[in-house]
Design a protein around this ligand. Sequence first.
Ligand code: ATP
Ligand code: MG
Length: 444
Amino acid sequence: MPISIKYITLKIIIIAMKIEEVLKNGTEGMEVEIKGWVYRWRESGKIIFVIVRDSTDIIQVVISKSDVNDEDFKHAKNANIESSVVVRGVLRKDERAPTGFEILASSFKLIGKSENFPIYKDQSDEYLLDIRHLWLRSREMNAILKIRATSFYKLHEFFHNEGYYEVQAPMFVSNAVEGGSTLFEVPYFGRKAYLTQSSQFYLETFIFSLENVYTVAPSFRAEKSRTRRHLTEFWHCEAEAAWLSNEDIMKFEEKMITYIVDGILENNTKELKLLNRDISMLEKVKPPFDRLKYEDVIKIGQNVGLDIDYGSDLGADEEHAITKKFEKPTFVVNYPKKLKPFYHRPDPDNPDVVLNHDLLAPEGYGEIIGGGERIWDYNELIQRMKEENLNPNDYGWYIDLRKYGSVPHSGFGLGIDRFIWWVAGLEHIKYAIPYPRNIRRVTP
Ligand code: ATP
Ligand code: MG
């Protein structure tokens, strides 16, 4: 039976593409639609050149008066920096265009007109922090935020693959983990509570149920010193594992750091390049990481001219000088007992030092992880608390864990913002987090 077709409507559907996809898969003459924001704008006679950005990249759009209708040309004329736009047109290769392609617009729609955007070249750091809510759109912040997203994603993936359970600890707490001087006190219905400095003590409670646990949460520390690596609110990835020794947990950490760095190299080379990061340094991040004894690190410090002795604490400046020439992350183990909080387990073979480690990032960055084996014996814990003039009654539930089937265990805390600060090669930790908090800043 013959089929008669009365009407055939041919409608070409153009699906909006991300700019990155256009640049990757686009071919000369292809018709595309993109949605984004005006990044640069310039007019030359009857042609307007607009560089449009979206979350993925930038592309040049050419709007010629002869190719679009009057309304669209008016839209293009009014589309100032940061206006949101929808563009349709034909793709053309052009070496001179910033990303190698340009779109010859057939349609140009202004969706949300921008007021005069308050960010120009060469504005001060403080000003850019004041308008961080708008500065997040910059290509630098866009790149950092992507590296940050990969870091969180890969961290979770790693722990999941290793059979760790994610747990959640409270942020309102009633005792200190790291020490009283950096505690934020909060009024709590007629009592005092504090913002958590670390979830470690809570993680230790979970291992008796789940054995291997981790959490990703903010920690709060009233850091009064101004360094390039301290925030008052930072993202903390903490893990705790039953039955593991200090050496066991270090092996886990080097595998973890390598895994996340690999993930970033796989997903974010474009972003690292935009930030001028020396990628070859990240390619060196492979296990094993060196383990240096604290006492040997003191000698390295003395050799680079630091005024330090056995027993000196290593702060931001010292670690910067010590790690400047390091090419890979390096563990520093066996700190003197006096320098570390009471819960670190003294080395049975040399009780003046503890079975702990800090992981120092190379190239001058310094500490990104602190961890070690915890005291698991009841009597030893009480004795260490007394040596530190702490009242065991203030740590009731923490001490309880040593009464009911205690086990050797170890754990660590990774500062995620510090990790990003190093991996992205940033000058200051404030660039590694979208809304940094420090002694002077709680806005925006
Ligand atoms: P620092 O000596 O630099 O103050 P810390 O010894 O107090 O560090 P830990 O208590 O071991 O640090 O915390 C674990 C990790 O959390 C650190 O290795 C670091 O990566 C991160 N961290 C600690 N304090 C801060 C902070 N104020 N801002 C950002 N990250 C931090
Ligand atoms: Mg500290």
